[in-house]
Write a protein that binds this ligand. Structure first.
Ligand SMILES: [Zn+2]
Length: 100
């Protein structure tokens, strides 16, 4: 969504840059839009009304709390998916999930 010139800030609600919720690299805002662009994951749109960040390709939602992104679940399977993603992330950080 492109905003009109003269709105309060030239940046989206989360400021000139954020961390990509997927890969956690710092990604820039696109000037005069509500969008951020990750070179690996594409566009994210910040919604100034709900204060959510939406990944345009997948429709996933996040909210930021204390500098961390928290996934917003719109579907019950989302929880399972998130646990899986978190285990993946821990694994890549060098931890090993215990085999159950
Ligand atoms: Zn990314």
């Amino acid at each position: 969504m492109v905003r009109m010139l003269g709105s309060a800030s030239q940046y989206p609600i989360y400021g000139p840059e954020i961390q990509c919720p997927h890969c956690r690299q710092t990604i820039p805002a696109l000037l005069l839009t509500d969008s951020y662009l990750c070179t690996r994951h594409g566009a994210f749109e910040a919604n100034p009304d709900s204060e959510e960040l939406v990944h345009v390709q997948s429709g996933r939602h996040w909210r930021r709390w204390e500098n961390q992104w928290y996934r917003q679940h719109t579907h019950p399977d989302g929880i399972r998916f998130e646990i899986h993603e978190e285990l993946d992330r821990l694994y890549t950080q060098g931890f090993r999930a215990r085999a159950w």
